[in-house]
Structures are given as C-alpha cells and as structure tokens.
Design a protein around this ligand. Structure first.
Ligand code: BJW
Ligand code: ZN
Length: 252
C-alpha cells in the first residue's frame, strides 16, 4: 500500500492511473460538496426545504410556477457565485497535465471546473449562471436576475430561464456526442461524486466498460456496480482525488 496525504490508495488503482493513455473523468454534484454547494438530491435548506429539486427542475414546473422556479435558481445562483473550486477540482487540472490524453465530462452546472482552470470541459447539463429565452433560445445577458419573476427576453419578450437541462429535455447534442466519444476511447474512467441516477449521463459508465475501460468510483457512498473492472475509493473527493493523483505522479 502506498500512502499519500494520509490517505491509503490501493496499489492497483495507482497502476491503472499511471498506465492509462486516455483518462476520462465524469463528475457530479459531490465534487463540489467541499466548495459548500449542496448535492442535487440531498435535502435543501431554509425556505426551500419543503421542495424536492426533482420537482422544480422540470419545464412543467416552470410553466406552472415560473416565479417559484426562477426564485429557486436565484437562490442557487447566489450559492454558486459564493463558492470557489476545491482541491478535487484542482486535482483534475493537475491530472490533465500528467496523462497522455484527458477528457472531463461534468453533469454540474456550477462552472467550478472552468473556474479551477480545466479546459474543454464537456458540460452536459448547462450552466446555471447563464440564462436564455424560453422561446427564441437567445442567450440573455442584460437582464435583472434578481427580479422575483423571470425577466422578459430582450429579443422577443418571452420569459427568460436558466440555461440548464431539465428533466424531460434533451441534452446539447455536441456535448453528448463528445462525452460518448470520450467514453468509447477511454481506458480509465474516473467517476467522481455522482449518484449515477440520471440518464443519459449515467450511461457513460457501461459505455466505457463495454469499450474495455476500468473504472474508479470516488464517492463516500460509491455506487454498486458488479464488474471486476470497477474499483472504489470511498471518501470525499476533495481528499481522495488529490491523494490518488499524487500517489500516481508525485506531489503537484
Ligand atoms: C460526494 C460527496 C463528496 C456527497 N465527495 N461525492 C432512461 C430510463 C429512465 C429514465 C430516463 C431514461 N432516459 C431519460 C430518462 C429521464 C430522465 C432521467 O434520467 N430520470 C431518472 C431520474 C430516472 N433524464 C432526462 O430527462 C434527461 N433528458 C433526456 O434523457 O432526454 C431524452 C428523454 C427524455 C425523456 C424520456 C426519455 C428520453 C435530462 C436530464 C437532466 C438532468 N438535469 C439535472 C438538473 C440540472 C439543472 C439544475 O441543477 O437545476 O442535472 S437533474 C440533476 O441530476 C442535475 C445533476 O447534474 C444530475 C445528476 O446528479 P448528481 O450529480 O449525480 O447528484 P446527486 O445529488 O444525485 O448525487 C451526489 C453524489 O455525490 C452522491 O452519490 C453522494 O454520495 C456523493 N457525494 N458528498 C464525493 N464530498
Ligand atoms: Zn426570446
């Protein structure tokens, strides 16, 4: 066993990372937990504790209760703006410079990978800090985000919405194809801080396995995937990921 930053990394995982030619990372809300952002499925706080995120993040909810949904996003935008990348985000920036080929796919809408310095991030579910028209789809920049109701689109007057992917909506095709292509050519997939409950993002794991990749799932509660090529690193990403990277390549 090798010890890095007081975390024990199984030697076979160190070898997998050191020898991988194309490493793909698939991240979810858990990677931003140590940045102070709640994960998607954990109970919300304060005023929002009575609502389930799954019921607010839908086009039907926005059509029925636009003010409620807009105000939920106003609250979440403030949390995202206050947050900063944590050591797990930075470990992926470091890793990108240490392996022959690296792709980063995220389900997160918080832009913390980009703010940490990751490049070419494949963002499957959009960006909560960007807004767009619900009708003509134009990106809306000059709007009153703090308004209690969705502001009108400067181009056509229809309500503006966050530029994220809600349940029942399709993912941006270019991002989805880029993610699937990366998964098909990966020899190691790092799955970090995601419950793998949401399709099509969760399908990236079986796709990579079918293509011959190994998987390391980094999560305090790793998913149970019955495949001998799936390894788990149980613990918070901000601790485990920097330890894995420095165990494989030495300190940053
Ligand atoms: C830590 C930690 C620490 C804690 N360190 N880890 C096939 C079968 C069944 C259903 C479907 C299907 N195909 C499509 C669907 C419908 C639906 C779906 O998947 N439903 C399932 C819930 C059943 N999918 C869709 O509708 C998608 N669209 C689509 O497929 O279009 C075509 C189509 C439509 C309809 C029917 C069929 C086809 C769109 C999905 C869009 C998801 N959007 C959201 C909201 C984004 C905007 C917003 O944030 O408001 O994206 S939902 C939400 O889930 C968000 C997340 O990106 C996504 C994933 O969540 P994530 O990241 O995994 O977070 P959590 O909270 O679930 O997990 C956190 C994890 O962190 C946990 O494991 C913790 O243990 C861990 N953790 N601390 C590391 N310190
Ligand atoms: Zn418009």
């Amino acid at each position: 066993m090798s010890v890095a930053a007081a975390v024990v990394i199984p030697p076979e995982q160190i070898v997998l990372l050191r020898e991988a030619q194309h490493v793909v990372a698939l991240t979810g809300a858990g990677i931003s937990k140590e940045s102070g952002l709640p994960t998607f499925r954990e109970a919300q706080t304060g005023l929002w504790s009575q609502y389930r995120p799954e019921e607010l993040a839908t086009p039907e909810a926005f059509a029925r209760q636009p003010d409620l949904v807009w105000q939920w996003y106003t609250w979440r935008r403030a949390l995202v703006r206050q947050a900063a990348p944590n050591p797990a985000h930075y470990a992926l920036v470091e890793l990108a410079g240490r392996v022959p080929s690296f792709s980063l796919i995220t389900q997160n809408v918080d832009s913390l990978h980009r703010r940490a310095g990751s490049r070419d991030v494949i963002e499957l579910h959009g960006d909560i800090l960007r807004s767009r028209c619900s009708s003509c789809h134009a990106i809306a920049t000059d709007i009153d985000e703090a308004s209690p109701s969705p502001p009108p689109c400067p181009q056509c007057g229809a309500p503006v919405r966050p530029d994220v992917v809600w349940f029942g909506e399709t993912l941006p095709d270019d991002a989805l194809q880029a993610a699937f292509n990366a998964a098909r050519s990966a020899d190691l997939l790092l799955v970090i801080g995601t419950s793998l409950q949401v399709q099509p993002a969760a399908g990236i794991v079986p796709l990579a396995l079918q293509a011959g990749a190994s998987v390391i799932d980094i999560n305090p509660e790793p998913a149970i995937i019955p495949d001998e090529r799936v390894h788990t690193l149980a613990g918070p990403a901000a601790k485990m990921l920097p330890a894995l990277v420095s165990a494989a390549f030495g300190p940053a």
